[in-house]
Design a protein around this ligand. Structure first.
Ligand SMILES: Nc1nc2c(ncn2[C@@H]2O[C@H](COP(=O)(O)OP(=O)(O)OP(=O)(O)O)[C@@H](O)[C@H]2O)c(=O)[nH]1
Length: 137
């Protein structure tokens, strides 16, 4: 989490190692740009991916509608067995929440996706989200 972060241009790459039982799972992560003008680049990154984390902002209903579009695209054009995880981020801003937990959770269940509410700011449920994805495989 960085207060001065600027929007992703294209995509950026990072790795993260997550303990899973006796094993360590190394994630190779493409952080794709969320802005609509970069939309057409996304398939290059999800094409060979085992999992996709689609993030929305719990304080912005719009972002949840956009998430649904991404999920649809992943189902239609993504790898056949891609694991989809939905993350409702910014739980530290719960007082201005626009997306009810239940609505998002029900949607996630309806498409057999992992669901977690997170706060990148407070490092809440980020590790847990990656552990869930690890176990799914
Ligand atoms: N309060 C709060 N702010 C957050 C949290 N996570 C991200 N932000 C802020 O939200 C804004 C957008 O964060 P980004 O990580 O750049 O969002 P993004 O969706 O990756 O944006 P793109 O790079 O355009 O795809 C920034 O100002 C962040 O500081 C969070 O958990 N809580």
């Amino acid at each position: 989490f960085d207060h001065n972060i600027s929007p992703t241009i294209g995509a950026s790459f990072l790795t993260k190692t997550v303990p899973c039982g006796n094993e360590l799972h190394k994630f190779l992560i493409w952080d794709t740009a969320g802005q609509e003008r970069f939309h057409s680049l996304a398939p290059m990154y999800y094409r060979g991916s085992a999992a996709a984390v689609v993030v929305y902002d719990i304080t912005k209903l719009d972002s949840f509608q956009t998430l649904k579009k991404w999920v649809k695209e992943l189902k239609e054009h993504g790898p056949e067995h891609i694991v989809v995880a939905i993350a409702g981020n910014k739980t530290d801003l719960g007082d201005i929440r626009e997306v009810p937990t239940k609505e998002a959770k029900d949607f996630a269940e309806s498409i057999a996706a992992i669901f977690m509410e997170t706060s990148a700011r407070n490092a809440v449920n980020i590790e847990e989200l990656f552990q869930k994805i690890s176990k799914y495989h």
